[in-house]
Design a protein around this ligand. Structure first.
Ligand code: ATP
Length: 227
């Protein structure tokens, strides 16, 4: 269980998150939406312990996530893929995966390569020579090397062509189904994300303006009124 309990956070005097709550069952899938500056990245950074909340807490499997020790959070089973291509450009695909899994069971690479056969094909190729979509797939594979219970993704579709976005989203669905990994996806591409997630959270100036079923959002033609 991952619980976000009335989380408030900011930077100096600026409030970026204001009493945001969510309760996620293991293997759950949440999409977090909102305009630029709504507080989405701040929420992910608080969940992984990269940013300290002013108030409230994140409780994972009954224990709080303590800020300031991201490696400890990752070891507990929460992985974070920040925005951008988070790969070592000069290492091969195989070495990127091995590096990401250094402190974990290296045998898991086999499982990751089964989910992403393309990475197997490219295993000897340097990461910088992969396309944007392939690099995103590698970043995802690297996060999975830590065998997370939860995978937090900050705008995984950024800079990708629509067909590749669909591909990334279907890979995320596959990961969720194969390993039971819970997903928290921050995205600007709401329609593509709603195909994968079961719950949606819309933030506006750090506050929750919608929290509920993804199907409710998908069925709402004037969805943008909430933004
Ligand atoms: P985007 O979609 O543009 O990535 P976001 O919804 O992820 O936006 P955040 O990055 O969480 O929003 O930012 C929330 C607010 O906090 C914004 O007003 C932003 O300018 C501010 N902010 C974010 N990081 C910092 C920082 N390191 N120092 C000061 N202010 C920050």
């Amino acid at each position: 269980m991952l619980e976000i309990r009335s989380l408030s956070a900011g930077y100096g005097t600026l409030t970026a998150l204001d009493a945001v709550s969510a309760r996620l069952e293991p293997g759950g899938r949440l999409g977090v939406f909102g305009h630029n500056g709504a507080g989405k990245t701040t929420l992910l950074r608080c969940i992984v312990g990269a940013h300290a909340a002013h108030a409230g807490e994140v409780v994972f499997d009954g224990k709080p996530v303590l800020p300031g020790n991201v490696p400890a959070t990752i070891r507990r089973g929460i992985a974070f893929v920040p925005q951008g291509h988070n790969v070592f450009p000069n290492l091969t695909v195989a070495d990127n995966l091995a590096t990401a899994g250094l402190l974990f069971d290296g045998k898991f690479a086999g499982e990751v390569l089964k989910i992403f056969p393309l990475l197997e094909e490219r295993r000897g190729q340097r990461a910088c020579s992969l396309s944007g979509g392939e690099q995103q797939m590698l970043a995802l594979g690297m996060a999975l090397m830590t065998q997370p219970k939860w995978l937090l993704l900050d705008e995984p579709s950024t800079g990708l062509a629509p067909v590749i976005v669909r591909n990334v989203m279907s890979q995320l669905a596959k990961v969720n189904a194969a390993f039971g990994t819970g997903l928290i996806i921050v995205e600007q591409n709401v329609p593509a994300t709603l195909k994968v997630v079961e719950h949606g959270l819309i933030l506006k100036s750090g506050r929750t303006v919608f929290s509920g079923e993804a199907a409710t959002l998908a069925a709402k033609p004037d969805l943008w009124e909430w933004f």
